[in-house]
Design a protein around this ligand. Structure first.
Ligand SMILES: Cc1cn([C@H]2C[C@H](O)[C@@H](COP(=O)(O)OP(=O)(O)OP(=O)(O)O)O2)c(=O)[nH]c1=O
Length: 184
C-alpha cells in the first residue's frame, strides 16, 4: 500500500518524514467555510473528511487528511485573516489555557478511519508590545490560533499537556500507530 498525504502543510510533511514514512502529496482544494460545527472536535473531523472527499486515490492507497483548530472559552480560532484578527486571538490566549484539536481521516478503498486528539496549551501573560511585534511578523497567518509552537511562538508557552505534534498539526503517534495495519 501507498500513503498519500492530502495536505499543503509543510509541517504535516515534515512530521510524516520524521516518522520514516514515505508518501506522495495531493493538495485538497476544499471550501472549509461550509463546515459550521461549533464543537471543535466535530469541526476538525468534518473538515478533514471534506478535504478527503475532494481527492481521489486508487485502491492501493491510503489517503491521509487532517485539520487543526484552537479552542478557547468556547470560541474556535482558525487562521487569522488580518493583523487585527491575529492581535485579538493572541490577546485572548495570553495568560490562559486553550486546547488544540487535530482531526485526521484515513481513507482506503472507500473505508474511513477517524483519529482525533486534543492538547492543552497554557500561555504566559504577554505584553502588548510582545503581541504587537509578533503579529507584525508573517508567522501567525498560516497557523490555526495565530501562533506556531514550533517557531517563535514557543516562547509564549508555559505548559503543555498532550502530544506536542497535535499542536503542530498532526497527532503523529496516533497516526503512526493507525498506519501500521496498512502494510505501507
Ligand atoms: C497551533 C498551531 C497550528 N499550526 C498549523 C498546523 C496547520 O498547518 C495549520 C492549521 O490549518 P489547517 O487548515 O489545519 O491546515 P493547512 O491549511 O495548513 O493545510 P491542509 O489543509 O492543506 O492540510 O496551523 C502550526 O503550525 N503550529 C501551531 O502551533
Amino acid at each position: 500500500m501507498k500513503l498519500i498525504l492530502g495536505s499543503q502543510s509543510p509541517r504535516r510533511r515534515e512530521l510524516l518524514s520524521q516518522a520514516g514514512l514515505d508518501y506522495e502529496i495531493l493538495i485538497p482544494d476544499a471550501d472549509e467555510k461550509q463546515i459550521t460545527s461549533s464543537d471543535p472536535k466535530t469541526k476538525v473531523i468534518e473538515t478533514a473528511r471534506l478535504k478527503s472527499s475532494v481527492l481521489t486515490v486508487d485502491d492501493n492507497s491510503v489517503l491521509l487528511t487532517c485539520d487543526t483548530v484552537v479552542s478557547h472559552n468556547n470560541i474556535i480560532y482558525e487562521k487569522p485573516a488580518t493583523v487585527e484578527d491575529a492581535r485579538q486571538i493572541i490577546k485572548a490566549l495570553s495568560g490562559s489555557t486553550h486546547e488544540v484539536y487535530s482531526g485526521v481521516i484515513l481513507k482506503s478503498r472507500g473505508l474511513e478511519e477517524i483519529i482525533s486528539d486534543r492538547t492543552e496549551v497554557t500561555f504566559y501573560e504577554l505584553s502588548d508590545d510582545e503581541i504587537e511585534e509578533y503579529v507584525n511578523t508573517c508567522e501567525p497567518y498560516d497557523k490555526a490560533g495565530g501562533y506556531g509552537i514550533q517557531s517563535f511562538g514557543a516562547v509564549f508557552v508555559k505548559e503543555i499537556k498532550g502530544d506536542y505534534n497535535t499542536v503542530v498539526g498532526l497527532p503523529l503517534s496516533k497516526v503512526y500507530r493507525a498506519l501500521k495495519k496498512y502494510n505501507l
